[in-house]
Design a protein around this ligand. Structure first.
Ligand code: ADP
Ligand code: MG
Length: 396
């Protein structure tokens, strides 16, 4: 799960990372009011969307007075901001963050990621801040400092000092840099983050180290341990289909094809998508309904898949290990009676009580196309879609 810049800044500042003064606003008037309240003579108005690259796309503006703040906000609120990270559809701007403009001496890139190879949290930093890390690794790869943290001892002072030294931080600011690095590390570890990125982290004219931008991503599977983080979720920034699925406890990723997939288990879902492709089709989604494929879950899955107007056939592929095929078959039958499904439905069941399951499907009188192997199921889905069989006609 991603959160907004202003939220990430608040989280990190609770761990000792210094940030400029700033305030959130939901309207241009409120933004101007918040700036007055804050004081100062220059402010930065920043669109809050779940994407980077806002500066170049007009989502970060320097303002000198009330009027400029209001004008900058008028240009942002209700619009879609398209950056190189949002895709062409962009992301809606419904909140802005007004921040005190700070005098920048140096910009540094600082990132914390999960390095799966070393199974450690890795710090990635560069003295060439202000650019995206992808650009830095293309144009100045030698400037990148990498350092992995040993989990048993955490990020020690000497290691943080070494990073500060490699970045050329002047001695008087080493302690501030160590505090920043340790704050980020602790926030990452304590809150089950998968990414923390501060770009830029700046050294200011008045000799402070401040996070001018902040991005955090959290492990969805650990959110239950952090209700205060779950609350920061902003659904306006998510793919509506994926948000709806997450609300229903299903893991769903929308794709561009037209064969809807309802599968239990992420590995089986991947294999199903591969097999559909092998058979000459294109999957409309990845959908893992989880281990307990109860009738309710199957019905929810059908509703979700059918809400995608591109879907022209639905392939249900369930492997019943602990589960039972007869139970799943009941679920499919119930779901098809409840949810209006006007495209061909192909069902492949395997595992415990498969014969009973098949009988239930056959006896239901519903136009379900049955398949025994995954390949057969994929081929039937593709040919059902291609020949556009109406489900009201003959079931195989
Ligand atoms: P993004 O990465 O989405 O483009 P940033 O928050 O990094 O957005 O802002 C873009 C640039 O704007 C920064 O690299 C920095 O140069 C400038 N900037 C952002 N916040 C401030 C601030 N409070 N004071 C001065 N400059 C800022
Ligand atoms: Mg940035």
């Amino acid at each position: 799960m991603d959160i907004h810049e202003y939220q990430a800044k608040e989280v990190l500042s609770n761990f000792g990372v210094e940030i400029p003064a700033g305030a959130l606003a939901y309207s241009p008037e409120q933004a101007a009011y918040r700036a007055r309240e804050m004081g100062g003579d220059k402010w930065i108005v920043k669109a809050q969307v779940h994407a980077g690259g806002r500066g170049k796309a007009g989502g970060v503006k320097l303002c000198d007075d009330d009027h400029e703040i209001q004008a900058a906000c008028e240009d942002m609120f209700g619009k879609k901001l398209v950056t190189h990270q949002t895709g062409p559809e962009g992301k809606g701007i419904y909140r802005v963050y007004v921040e005190a403009a700070v005098p920048i001496d140096r910009e540094i890139y600082l990132g914390f990621v999960l390095d799966r190879t070393s199974q450690r949290i890795m710090i990635v930093a560069s003295a060439e801040g202000g650019m995206e890390i992808e650009e830095i690794s293309e144009s100045k790869p030698e400037s990148i400092v990498r350092s992995t943290v040993e989990p048993a001892v955490g990020l020690r002072d000497f290691q943080a000092r070494e990073i500060a030294f490699q970045l050329g931080i002047e001695p008087g600011l080493t302690q501030a840099m160590v505090r920043t690095l340790q704050g980020c590390y602790r926030a990452f570890r304590d809150l089950d983050a998968t990414m923390v990125e501060i770009n830029p982290l700046v050294v200011t004219g008045d000799n402070r180290i401040l996070a001018l931008d902040a991005k955090m991503t959290f492990d969805d599977n650990a959110l239950f341990r952090h209700p205060q983080i779950s609350e920061l979720r902003d659904k306006s920034q998510e793919d509506p289909r994926e948000a709806r699925a997450a609300d229903r406890g299903l893991s769903y990723v929308g794709l561009d094809g037209n064969i809807g997939c309802i599968v239990n288990g992420a590995g089986l879902a991947m294999a199903t998508m591969d097999t559909i492709k092998l058979a000459g089709g294109e999957p409309a989604n990845f959908l893992d309904i989880g281990g307990g494929a109860t009738p309710e879950r199957v019905a929810k899955a059908f509703r979700l898949v059918m809400s995608d107007k591109n879907v022209q056939a639905v392939l249900v592929n369930i492997f019943a290990g602990i589960n039972r095929c007869d139970w799943v078959a009941e679920g499919v039958v119930q779901a098809l009676r409840e949810v209006q499904v006007d495209v061909p439905v192909i069902v492949r069941l395997a595992g415990t009580n498969v014969e009973e399951g098949q009988k239930i499907l056959a006896k239901s009188g519903l136009p379900i196309i049955r398949a025994t192997t995954l390949m057969e199921a994929a081929e039937r889905s593709v040919s059902a879609w291609k020949s556009d069989i109406s489900p009201n006609l003959k079931a195989v």
